[in-house]
Ligand binder design. Structure first.
Ligand SMILES: NC(=O)c1ccc[n+]([C@@H]2O[C@H](COP(=O)([O-])OP(=O)(O)OC[C@H]3O[C@@H](n4cnc5c(N)ncnc54)[C@H](OP(=O)(O)O)[C@@H]3O)[C@@H](O)[C@H]2O)c1
Length: 270
């Protein structure tokens, strides 16, 4: 078990949604927290909201898909806290739309944010996390368990995190580094949450239903770090989906194709 008191934690995308709630729980557990995000305004709002809990919160405006930004975040945290124990790779963007309507650039953008961003952050934090035998956490999605129709960009940008996390877990476990991947299902979102449409424009997220709260996901992150859990699939829906994808792949694909393509949630222009 990991005592979180005094640990230095970086949460990418900690300015909104699941990341902000995860930051809140780490702060309540006594950790020093750094949050990142692209919008300086959103970061400042979150920083002020989180600081009510007590300890100061560091906020660094940075785009996780930009290598120099990732380096700058890591350097800033080492300068301020002299250590990094835990990295939560949470920053991520989703997209909706059919492949036939999609700009190729959108695949590049999502791979940069959802895959290369976590790879770069993990690489640049690695020496510190190794030294402190800390944790690297990847926030993934049920859409990474199976490629979902209407979500080809999102699924294929998150799925590589599974391979990456498995590979580095094998390399780093002997050195005492814990690597966790959390597969998250539909979660309550901030009212102003945006996703990309198939052309790469940011549009509001419209969704009929969710199966998790942001607090439930944040608790699962803390618990995975605390108990050194490696793979966590959240909610009963997620566990059932995972079972069906594995044992009934053809049936799953047929059901998914029918359900997702008729749902307005998967169209990019709703
Ligand atoms: N919500 C769900 O239903 C759900 C389900 C499964 C998995 N997830 C995963 O959970 C994570 C958080 O999702 P959420 O719903 O909390 O999203 P959110 O409310 O949209 O928040 C996303 C956070 O990531 C930041 N971000 C986005 N792109 C970034 C970039 N290029 N560089 C740095 N920061 C960036 C955002 O700040 P800026 O916009 O200011 O950059 C924001 O702080 C994501 O990885 C997502 O894929 C979410």
């Amino acid at each position: 078990m990991t005592d979180l008191q005094g640990k230095s934690v970086i949460i990418t995308g900690g300015s909104k949604g699941i990341g902000r709630e995860t930051a809140r729980l780490f702060l309540q557990a006594g950790a020093s927290v750094t949050i990142t995000g692209r919008s300086a305004e959103a970061l400042e709002k979150a920083r002020k909201e989180l600081e009510v809990i007590g300890p100061p919160v560091m906020a660094v405006a940075a785009d996780v898909s930009v290598e120099t930004d990732c380096r700058r975040v890591v350097d800033a945290v080492i300068n301020e806290h002299s250590r990094i124990d835990i990295l939560v790779n949470n920053a991520g963007m989703s997209a909706r739309g059919r492949f036939s309507e999609s700009d190729i650039g959108l695949y590049r953008t999502l791979l940069g944010i959802n895959f290369l961003g976590p790879v770069m952050m993990s690489r640049f934090c690695l020496d510190e996390i190794r030294k402190n035998m800390g944790s690297i956490v990847f926030i993934s999605t049920l859409a990474a368990l199976k490629g979902l129709p209407g979500l080809s960009h999102y699924s294929s940008s998150k799925m590589p995190l599974t391979a990456f996390s498995e590979a580095i877990r094998g390399e780093l476990r002997p050195e005492g580094v814990h690597v966790a991947t959390i597969y998250v299902g539909f979660t309550d979102n901030d009212p102003d949450k945006t996703i990309y449409d198939s052309r790469g424009n940011r549009i509001p997220l419209i969704r009929d239903r969710n199966s998790l709260t942001q607090q439930e996901v944040a608790s699962a992150v803390i618990s995975a770090v605390y108990h050194h859990r490696n793979i966590v699939t959240l909610s009963m829906v997620g566990k059932l989906a995972s079972f069906f994808y594995r044992f009934f792949p053809r049936l799953s694909e047929a059901v998914l194709a029918r359900q997702t393509l008729k749902s307005r949630m998967y169209k990019s222009n709703t």
